[in-house]
Write a protein that binds this ligand. Sequence first.
Ligand SMILES: *Cc1c(COP(=O)(O)O)cnc(C)c1O
Length: 357
Amino acid sequence: MKKHNFSPGPAILPASVIKEAAQGVLDLDGIGLSVLEISHRSKQFIAIYDEAVALVKEILNLGDEYSVLFLSGGASTQFFMAPMNLLNEDETAAYVDSGTWANKAIKEAKLFGKVEVVGSSKADNYTYIPRDWQVPAEAKYLHLTSNNTVFGTQYHWWPEVSQPIVCDMSSDMFSRPIPMEKFGLIYAGAQKNMGPAGTTLVIVRKDLLGKVRRPLPSMLDYRIHEDNGSMYNTPPVFPIYVCMLTLRWIKANGGLGAMDQANQAKAELFYNELDANPLFNGTVTNKADRSLMNPTFVAINEELDKAFDAAAKAQGLDNLRGHRMVGGFRASMYNALPMESVQLLVDVMKEFAQKHG
Ligand SMILES: *Cc1c(COP(=O)(O)O)cnc(C)c1O
């Protein structure tokens, strides 16, 4: 049976990218060697790496004031690496607590400086994006989580602040255009919308670096990675290769404007059904905060919850279960998820309502 992959991450990749990556594992561009067994300093891999960085810059329209790095350690390493590189002990950073990932970022930042949590929806189990908060004038940066993967909320606006925004974009990177001039640092684990697990994209404005007094271990110093073209040590070669293939796919398919259009269309199709269907409720209380990437929803009772889980699985709708903190269902709809998968989900929900309503 054809599977429709709604996994939250590691997540669906374009079928053509999987095919190309498989070919590269067997024989990279006809060189007679696998991408898995060549030096990271070989001319073949340097070309892959350079193309990945160039594509990131082109797709986001980045100037030379930004460094583009492919690091390891996941987004979770960036939770501490960002404050370690940007914040002195006696300085303040502002954080918005919009979900468990944001909460983890806050916990780590406290190890390195003063943290002011300017807004939080924790008391309401993160069912909306906190609003109407103020960033203290002395804050060095403002940290946001653009898309809250677990709770199905997403920023559809950016605050007017004088500070650079540091943003965890793990689960909506390259899903839509972003106003880069607002961002001082963006990080994103590859495994949601870019590639396999094992590398994290970091985009950092160079002028923000070199301002902290603490000594930095080399591997945790963005400048060392920038100076060495992400090759201070052996980088995650295969994940970077697959990211490069996905970036090629994004460009070939019209870039971020086209990704955004397709994601809007998929989300509209899904949420229209959710709002019309009497057997399901969305878990996000402010509809304006609904995520285009990870819609979360619950059935109106436990019996229907189990029955829908079975009905969905029977149609090849895979990985629809929600995170344990929310329950119910989560239909992750990253760039690579085709419209036909969302259409099938909607059809199964409709049919389910006819049968059980
Ligand atoms: C998945 C996720 C993370 C954690 O990423 P790792 O690469 O596993 O460390 C952090 N933030 C967000 C928003 C995520 O979706």
